[in-house]
Design a protein. Structure first.
Length: 390
């Protein structure tokens, strides 16, 4: 295997000389992710402040039988209320943008002096309308409570006597996970896998199809290196670059989350979780690097290789979005699904929700797939067709 190590050194020296590879592998993740999360944090903070300060415009239809409600709406400073004569006029006003939320009030005498029926109109796709709905509901709850207490006081009943005789206490059993911890659990597995593949794509196309384009593949195949050593050298070079990309992307992601999401939970990423992530990640990186080596070998030019590799990248994105942001969680042997099981296992290791069995399924799957892809790579390079097109 001495030839494989010589070829590995040659490919890595070539990668270091390529400014584009160095930028995408080193500089981009360390700069992009902190800037991304810093920008997100700034935008989210500004939007939250704007929505909290929003005084919603309410279009209200209040009957003459509810003077106390009309008075309360007129006096409140938390809402800007405009009264309309009918529901049809209210709907036209909302459609024209005259308000964020609408209120239709109806008195129901059969239910007594407190008999009211409220219909609230809003647009679920608009944040301002959602905020207006929440503030209007809070106002109505306070209005009805105050009206009830006034009626009880008029009847000679002390308000303290009718306070609920129970209390509700909420206890968080999640260990006080911060926003940063939640972002870490959701985003780190996804970005780890994507960064492995992203690091392998460009460099893998360069040392496979790029050699065909430059005409150096024939010289390499005619050298004293065996085909197995050639495959091993190129594979190890792709694996090294992809792992470096994953490591630096993770570092940039952690910096960005720390800046935007606050502390990463009680103790950040534990040593045990980091160990399990490494165990899952290495065979997955082997499988993805071997896949890039195979796909790149089918192309005659780097541009053609990029076209062939794009579906692989899109497939990994689709699988990642399904696993990380979908509603269902993998169970048992489902962790053996390639890529998906590894993402789920990394997320479980971060949250402490998976055990050795689930990680074992993911590890076994990635190992088997990686081994098969490496055997296919050796078979491809044993054929002289690799000089042209498989």
């Amino acid at each position: 295997m001495r030839g494989a190590w010589l070829l590995l050194g040659k490919e890595l020296r070539q990668a270091v000389r390529d400014r584009r590879t160095v930028f995408m592998t080193v500089a981009f993740p360390l700069v992009f992710y902190p800037l991304l999360f810093g920008l997100l944090g700034n935008l989210v903070g500004q939007e939250q402040a704007r929505l909290e300060a929003l005084v919603p415009r309410v279009l209200a239809v209040v009957p003459d039988q509810a003077p106390e409600l009309a008075q309360a709406l007129s006096e409140t400073t938390e809402l800007r209320v405009s009264f309309y004569p009918s529901v049809a006029a209210l709907r036209r006003g909302l459609a024209a943008g005259a308000g964020e939320v609408g209120l239709e009030a109806e008195r129901i005498p059969a239910r007594g002096e407190l008999g009211y029926r409220f219909v609230l109109y809003y647009r679920a796709e608009q944040q301002e309308s959602q905020v207006g709905l929440a503030k209007l509901r809070a106002f109505l709850q306070g209005f009805l409570r105050q009206l009830t207490l006034e009626k009880l006081a008029a009847m000679g009943v002390e308000p303290a006597e009718v306070e609920p005789p129970f209390s509700v206490e909420v206890v968080d059993l999640g260990g006080g996970v911060s926003l940063g911890g939640l972002l870490l659990t959701q985003l780190l597995p996804y970005f780890l896998v994507l960064s492995i593949l992203l690091g392998a794509l460009g460099f893998g196309a360069e040392i496979t199809a790029g050699e065909k384009e430059r005409g150096t593949i024939s010289t390499l195949l005619a050298s004293c290196l065996s085909r197995e050593e050639i495959v091993a050298g190129k594979f190890l070079a792709i694996l090294t670059v992809s792992l470096a990309s994953a490591l630096l992307s993770s570092l940039g992601l952690l910096i960005g989350i720390q800046a935007f999401g606050g502390p990463l939970g009680q103790g950040g990423v534990s040593l045990a979780a980091a160990g399990w992530i490494l165990v899952v990640l290495l065979p997955l990186a082997v499988a993805l690097s071997a896949a890039v080596l195979i796909v790149g070998s089918f192309a005659r030019t780097q541009k053609e290789a990029s076209v062939y590799l794009l579906p692989l990248y899109m497939l990994v994105i689709l699988v990642g979005m399904t696993v990380m942001f979908g509603g269902q969680r993998l169970q048992g042997a489902e962790y053996a699904i390639p890529v998906a099981g590894a993402m789920a296992a990394i997320r479980g290791a971060l949250s402490g929700e998976v055990g050795v069995v689930e990680i074992g399924w993911s590890l076994a799957s990635s190992t088997v797939v990686g081994g098969l892809l490496l055997l296919i790579s050796v078979r491809i390079y044993r054929s002289e067709k690799v000089l042209f097109r498989i």
